[in-house]
Design a protein around this ligand. Structure first.
Ligand code: NDP
Length: 278
């Protein structure tokens, strides 16, 4: 690797399937930035040592994925407000002694829904399914869009209630619910559970949305997720999380390089590699 290039990495375990190197290589080409971006597999107990080595070797920044987003939060010396609210970090920027931690997942989701899919969130009724790391990371960016209401529903209700307590005090009406107790119709339903990983669908009623509703699954793959297939059968519009992946990467890239890449071209390229449209 040329030492003339600014170096970046994506850290995770496992990491071999990460699409981030391909995404950032295309961003760098587009914006004529001289940088390299590699995958780094780190042992489960080796995150802090790996970060110290990266800094000592002059690496400029890192994306962080499972299972290290909490370790990244803890090692950061400075946090952006959205990273603090998320309680997790997916982007690190190394500046001298300073380690800036950011979380770009939530803004990536919002940009994919509002800008790419053209769905306004302001004034809408949003249902967020799940109360894990991904759900927590998107709540502040969703609230910033000023929806009429945001309901967090989770299989384990206590975790949804914990998130409610953490985020209460915003202007937006915020509520927590079990799947069974949900009622009314929602304009936007976001699946932030990992149910699709086991080919299952969160146990909610299809009466919670209608043909005008927009259904988003943070998961993505070569075929529509089971949740997307189920919602599409009810004639709702569906979209998967590939755009979120590209948008969160663009936000990291901008934080590091001060220039915003064109996400549409990269999304189209990745989608064609996955070989289906959603
Ligand atoms: P966590 O393990 O932190 O949380 C998992 C959540 O899913 C919990 O709320 C859990 O409920 C719920 N859950 C799991 N299985 C089921 C099921 N069968 N039915 C209903 N609920 C279920 O995971 P993350 O929050 O980190 O990730 C969630 C998803 O988001 C993953 O699939 C991940 O790939 C995706 N993601 C996508 C990104 C993108 O860029 N597109 C970025 C980040 C995440 P309970 O509390 O009851 O266990």
């Amino acid at each position: 690797m040329s030492s003339a290039l600014d170096r970046y990495v994506v850290i995770g375990n496992p990491i071999e399937h990460s699409k981030s190197p391909a995404i950032h290589a295309q961003f760098a080409l587009q914006t004529q930035q001289a940088l390299s971006y590699e995958r780094l597999l780190v042992p489960l107990d080796g995150f802090d040592i790996a970060i110290k080595e990266l800094i000592a070797n002059g690496v400029r920044g890192a994306n962080v994925t499972l299972p290290f987003k909490l370790d990244a939060y803890n090692i950061a010396t400075d946090l952006t407000p959205r990273a603090r609210a998320a309680g997790a970090v997916n982007t690190l920027k190394f500046e001298g002694d300073k380690i800036l931690g950011d979380n770009t997942d939530g803004i990536g989701l919002v940009r994919d829904i509002v800008v790419n899919a053209g769905v306004a969130l302001q004034g809408s009724r949003i249902l967020l399914l799940g109360a894990g790391g991904a759900a927590r990371g998107v709540i502040l960016p969703l609230l910033s869009e000023l929806p009429a209401e945001l309901v967090i529903a989770n299989r384990t209700i206590q975790k949804a209630q914990d998130l409610l307590a953490h985020f209460h005090g915003h202007l937006v009406a915020l509520d927590a619910s079990s799947f069974e107790a949900l009622s009314g119709e929602f304009d936007v339903v976001i699946n932030a559970t990992s149910a699709s990983l086991s080919d299952s669908v969160p146990n909610i009623s299809s009466s919670l949305f209608n043909e005008q509703s927009f259904i988003y699954d943070m998961m993505y793959g070569a075929t529509p997720t089971p949740f997307m297939q189920w919602a599409a059968e009810k004639k709702a519009s569906v979209r998967d999380g590939l755009g979120m992946l590209v948008e969160q990467a663009a936000e990291s890239f901008e934080l590091w390089r001060g220039v915003r890449p064109d996400t549409a071209a990269v999304y189209t390229e990745l989608r064609s590699q996955l070989d289906y449209s959603a």
